[in-house]
Design a protein around this ligand. Structure first.
Ligand code: ZN
Length: 113
């Protein structure tokens, strides 16, 4: 792996947090994951690191969007409750209509004086 700066040839410093190598002299930056691994160990390490980064990205995303995710869940729940209330209203309306019809029919037929 290239550990020297392509611009000035100085030794690059690894920034694990940002997953980059940066040159302390000219400020050039190289993304570690963009480098081509030159060994089998490097390949496996790269795959493991990619997996780790994706997991870390997902965790970071969930943390950064925790408020939005919670808000979306709350909206979903509210919508669900709204739908079930609507369904309940339809059912109650249907029952009221049915009872009205029954009363009218009983009145007409004399079953209920
Ligand atoms: Zn440099």
């Amino acid at each position: 792996m290239n550990t020297n700066c392509v611009n000035c040839g100085a030794a690059l410093e690894i920034d694990q947090l940002r997953q980059i190598k940066h040159c302390p002299y000219c400020g050039a930056e190289v993304e570690i994951k963009d480098e081509t691994p030159d060994t089998m160990a490097g390949t496996i390490h790269g795959i493991a690191k990619t997996f780790f980064n994706q997991t870390a990205d997902k965790i970071r995303y969930n943390r950064e969007h925790a408020v939005e995710i919670a808000e979306q869940r709350r909206k979903d729940k509210a919508e669900e409750a709204r739908q079930s209330r609507k369904m309940m209203m339809y059912m109650m309306g249907g029952m009221a209509a049915l009872m009205t019809v029954m009363v009218v029919v009983m009145r007409i037929t004399g079953a209920w004086a």
